[in-house]
Design a protein around this ligand. Structure first.
Ligand code: GLT
Ligand code: MN
Ligand code: MN
Length: 385
């Protein structure tokens, strides 16, 4: 019942199940697997697709013939397993050249190299079937505002995206861009720190219809924000092109935990939202297994991400069908008498509103029963309903 199927569109980055457990305090705890081995691991656990940064697949210093061999082997693994590549991205953060950013660097050599690297990475992603291209500007920021003018940073970022949109159009690629926000780490402050900030920025782009967002659970949680609200704003704007699922306790380093493992109730409302609105994009897990795990544990991690999503999807269906919960929802939303006064502006409506006597005290006294509704939700999640 909770077995992943292709229609669930569960995907993982090569860097997620491929994480060797290296962190700022410790060396790898797992042997690195090749991209081909990772494709087979993902197929074994039931994933639909695999995503990558250019250098997850092709090392930054590979020769053209090495690149071609790697791509051939990878394509072979995809055709053996049936896995697809729905998304690709560029590593613009790992190499020392990007220590002060890529598109926003003060150094024009770095900015030009970042554009070149991204065009090559877009070609690679499209060759393997990607339809969405993610931009996570992990190094696009500062430690000190003495180093960069933030308006100049935005101008440079805009210029790069405008350039790359035109490149995609020029090549005739069927590709959309998805911008991913994060407030900090690895920089002290990363530009455009939230999904809301990204949405504001996208409206300033020349080809804004090609550009949406890739919100990540952990990144909004790091900022102490409600992730579902960020996703809802993106959805409302028609900009939810992709999503990075994982988990994260607020106020901590970037944990990238197994989906649902830290904030189950938030994960429930997120899954319920995605399923209720009919989001048709990928459910991408940008997370990794605990450092305590071997590759069996990595498979447990990946299976857990997908299973939790499917369990919560089932819980959302139960919530939508629960008579007591639905009676409360109906009561909450019942017309209290003024529905006909509301709607878009007209002079008549304004006059009618101004002429109405409202019982402000009664409005303030009315109990809303949200305690009961939330407790029913929790009991449903805890499996006692
Ligand atoms: C990196 C980051 C993620 C981004 C990936 C895409 S790489 O792991 O923490 O949030 O989505 O560049
Ligand atoms: Mn993350
Ligand atoms: Mn991410």
């Amino acid at each position: 019942m909770f077995t992943p199927q292709p229609e669930h569109k569960f995907t993982f980055g090569l860097w997620t199940v491929g994480s060797t457990g290296r962190d700022p305090f410790g060396s790898p705890v797992r042997q690195a697997l090749s991209p081909v081995e990772l494709v087979h691991l993902l197929s074994e656990v039931g994933a639909y697709g695999v995503n990558f940064h250019d250098n997850d697949l092709v090392p930054i210093d590979a020769t053209p013939s090495e690149r071609d061999q790697i791509v051939r082997d990878f394509k072979q693994a995809l055709s053996e397993t049936g896995l697809v590549v729905p998304m690709a991205t560029t590593n613009l953060f790992g190499d020392p050249a990007f220590k002060d950013g890529a598109f926003t660097s003060n150094d024009s050599n770095v900015r030009a190299y970042a554009l070149q690297k991204t065009m090559n990475a877009i070609d690679l992603g499209v060759e393997l079937g990607a339809k969405v291209y993610v931009f996570w500007g992990g190094r696009e920021g500062v430690e000190t505002d003495a180093s960069k003018d933030p308006v100049e940073g935005l101008k440079r970022f805009r210029e790069a995206l405008d350039f790359l949109c035109e490149y995609v159009k020029d090549q005739g690629y069927d590709l959309k861009f998805a911008l991913e926000a994060k407030p900090n780490e690895p920089r002290s402050d990363i530009y455009l720190p939230t999904t809301g900030a990204m949405l504001g920025f996208i409206a300033t782009l020349e080809n804004s219809e090609m550009v949406g967002v890739n919100p990540e659970v952990a990144h909004e949680h790091m900022a102490g924000l409600n992730f579902t609200h960020a996703v809802a704003q993106a959805w409302d704007a028609g900009k939810l092109f992709h999503i990075d699922l994982n988990d994260q306790a607020p106020g901590r380093y970037d944990q990238d935990l197994r989906f649902g493992s830290s904030n189950l109730k938030s994960a429930f409302f997120l899954v319920k939202f995605l399923e209720d609105v009919g989001y048709e994009g990928m459910r991408h897990y940008d997370a990794h297994a605990y450092r305590t795990e071997d590759y069996e544990g990595v498979k447990d991690f990946a299976r857990g991400c997908m299973r939790t999503y499917l369990v919560l999807k089932q819980k959302a269906a139960e919530w939508n069908a629960d008579p007591e919960i639905q009676a409360l929802v109906a009561e909450i939303n019942a017309d209290q008498g003024s529905e006909q006064l509301l709607g878009s502006y007209s002079a008549e409506r304004a006059t009618a509103l101004k002429g109405t006597q409202f019982d402000r005290v009664a409005m303030g006294e009315r109990g809303l029963a949200y305690e009961r509704l939330d407790q029913l939700t929790l009991e449903l999640l805890m499996g006692v309903r």
